[in-house]
Design a protein around this ligand. Structure first.
Ligand SMILES: Nc1ncnc2c1ncn2[C@@H]1O[C@H](COP(=O)(O)OP(=O)(O)OP(=O)(O)O)[C@@H](O)[C@H]1O
Length: 625
């Protein structure tokens, strides 16, 4: 299998990317504002004021211009004055634009230490789900929140909870000091996710003088016990271990103010229902605790369960609702027919064409497949539930830090993981349920960035129509990348790296290059094309079948004037015109939807034999030119 080192994009590209990213983030933040009448009128007022100011500045500029035209001595100082006035107006305008944003951080009851952290992280405005839930949570209500993947649901509960504990309603009865019981309990389905949410509480809560700790299974009890005994404000963890700590008397929920169920449907689906119910049931007076439930997917059965845990007065903020499209709209959703055996050969080419030099997460259904595939793909690592916790942490942090760019994972990585620069998601087969598709594909295209999700499917075995119908995704259908696609994707990058090679090497290689040019019988361009192929590691162009993406196979179509009802009937037609060994080598026999044909793969070297075998009523042709 050809291997290639994926180079980083140039800094110029990065800066233009980050500009694009900022623009898109702004788009996400502004999406919800356009419909709010109050915000529309505020905007109009501000616009009027801004135009007034602009007019004044222009008048001033014109006056000064006139003066400068009539007085040559004053020319320089006047221009300077002009400049500073203009710059000031521009600065003011920029500030106004920020403040004008109805979701600007400054418009919410967010105190200075939190604003500082947000600013440091480049967050100037809240995302819609955060803006729409902030006041309700801070005012003490129970809430169910739903927004598409990567839209900032974590901060939607972190920020108002912290404000409530330090400056809001939960402040009065919150205990402080050594050995204090937790005020907040956050339950999540996986350890990786718990760590990620804990990191946010650590940073934002730390700025507010609040302590957090993270507890999950697979890690030793002792440090968790120490942290809990010392006293913490926020406990984040997975249900199993939290239940253990409660039963051991390490967690006292008597003074709990908030309980959060993040990725609630997954937690309940994973069989944590009993643990979750037991944990939530430990809170004696439910009127004293606020319960929040967040996810990108809320199947009906979760809504029913939520009415058991949340107060009847709960609010539901659902930014997906009845919209047809449930998956991320920042993601290009693609499907590609591919037989299971062709997966390891096709994936490197998909990465070359669609990962843009960034990170890729590949999802498999089974742990063994994740192990197997990671072994076959250069530089890839596996992540699944059977891997020891310490190793899982090492793997994930290596992937986050860019030590390797391809992660092959099971559903353990499907939910919530927020990893920078994941450009491409590949699903080796359609997942069992639509929720899994939505969450897996949502590991890319986060926080206003764009991404690509490619789902492979074996046309004979799997069906994508259920996922398509339930997710509302209109899939783009493609075939395995062709030589031209790959050359386009990696050739340009390789050409750039060749240009960057220092001129100082030319004298050393010149005579070999001249010899090659004189003796090879190839033109300079042809030789350079070969050099680029070598540099990208793509030295062999293999043709792939359209039907199953199998290497060195070609898809043929058996066309008929009569109906073909079953694959075995199609085989019987082939038997009439071809030797048995050729018929037996046929793979992937699939009927066409019009009932008048069948497609199948044959070995490349057998194509001519098959095409010569046309008989009355039946015609064998290449399925595509
Ligand atoms: N207001 C904001 N402005 C800019 N970036 C933000 C904002 N809020 C959150 N983010 C960033 O957006 C990314 C996605 O946030 P988060 O992980 O909370 O999404 P999510 O909705 O929980 O996604 P998922 O459903 O996949 O769990 C994070 O990197 C986060 O730092």
């Amino acid at each position: 299998m050809p291997s290639i080192s994926l180079t980083n994009t140039s800094s110029a590209t990065n800066s233009s990317d980050s500009k694009k990213e900022k623009k898109m983030k702004k788009k996400v933040a502004l999406e919800s504002q356009e419909t709010d009448p109050l915000m529309v009128s505020i905007k109009k007022e501000k616009k009027k004021e801004k135009e007034k100011k602009k007019r004044k500045a222009v008048e001033f500029d014109d006056e000064e211009q006139e003066r400068s035209e009539t007085s040559s001595e004053l020319c320089e100082p006047v221009n300077l004055k002009n400049k500073s006035k203009k710059a000031k107006v521009e600065e003011e305008e920029e500030e106004e634009v920020k403040a004008e944003d109805p979701n600007a951080v400054t418009r919410f009851r967010i105190s200075e230490p939190l604003r500082e952290v947000l600013k440091k992280r480049g967050i100037e405005a809240l995302f819609p789900i955060q803006a729409r839930t902030f006041e309700d949570i801070l005012n003490g209500g129970d809430l169910v929140g739903r927004a598409r993947t990567g839209q900032g649901k974590t901060l939607a509960f972190v920020l108002p909870i912290l404000e409530s504990l330090v400056n809001g309603p939960a402040k009065a009865s919150r205990k402080t000091g050594y050995g204090r019981p937790p005020s907040v309990l956050v339950l999540l389905p996986t350890r990786e996710l718990a760590t990620q949410v804990f990191d946010d509480f650590k940073v934002y809560g730390g700025a507010m003088g609040l302590n957090s700790c993270c507890v999950y299974g697979g890690a030793s009890y002792q440090p968790q016990e120490f942290a809990l005994k010392r006293g913490v404000d926020v406990v984040v963890g997975t249900p199993g271990r939290i239940k253990d700590h409660i039963e051991k008397g390490n967690i006292d929920l008597s003074l709990l103010k908030f309980r959060v169920l993040d990725e609630a449907d997954e937690m309940l689906r994973m069989g944590f229902v009993e643990d979750v119910e037991l944990i939530l049931g430990k809170v004696k007076d439910v009127n004293k605790v606020q319960t929040l439930l967040f996810s990108a997917t809320l199947p009906d059965w979760v809504k029913q369960i939520s009415s058991k845990f949340l107060k009847p007065t709960k609010k539901t903020i659902d930014l997906v609702g009845n919209e047809k499209m449930k998956a991320s709209t920042n993601v290009r959703h693609i499907v590609l027919p591919c037989s299971t055996s062709a997966i390891p050969q096709v994936i490197p080419d998909i990465i070359r064409c669609y990962a843009s030099g960034g990170r890729t997460i590949i999802f498999t259904e089974k742990r063994e497949s994740a192990n197997e595939l990671s072994g076959l793909l250069p530089g890839a690592r596996a992540l699944h539930g059977e891997i020891q916790q310490s190793q899982r942490e090492v793997t994930l942090s290596g992937f986050r830090s860019g030590k390797f760019l391809t992660l092959v994972a099971t559903n353990v990585a499907a939910r919530g993981l927020d990893i920078n620069d994941v450009q491409l998601i590949i699903q080796c087969e359609p997942p069992k349920d639509v929720e899994a598709y939505i969450h897996r594909s949502g590991r890319t295209g986060r926080a206003g960035n764009s991404g690509v999700a490619v789902m492979l499917f074996d046309p004979r075995r799997s069906n994508i129509s259920k996922i398509q119908r339930e997710s509302g995704v209109k899939f783009e259908h493609i075939t395995a990348p062709k030589a031209e696609d790959i050359a386009k994707a990696v050739g340009v990058e390789a050409a750039e790296t060749i240009i960057q090679v220092s001129d100082s090497v030319i004298p050393a290689f010149k005579s070999a290059a001249e010899d090659l040019l004189n003796t090879s019988g190839l033109s300079a361009v042809e030789l350079l094309a070969k050099a680029l192929a070598k540099a990208t590691g793509y030295t062999e162009i293999k043709s792939r079948s359209l039907l199953s993406s199998m290497e060195n196979h070609v898809t043929l179509l058996l066309e008929s004037e009569k109906s073909i009802y079953t694959p075995s009937f199609a085989f019987s037609v082939l038997r009439r015109i071809l030797p048995e060994d050729k018929v037996e080598s046929v793979t992937g026999m699939t009927l066409t939807t019009d009932g008048k044909g069948a497609v199948f793969d044959v070995k490349k070297e057998d194509v001519d034999t098959f095409l010569a075998g046309n008989i009355l009523f039946y015609r064998l042709i290449l399925s595509l030119p």
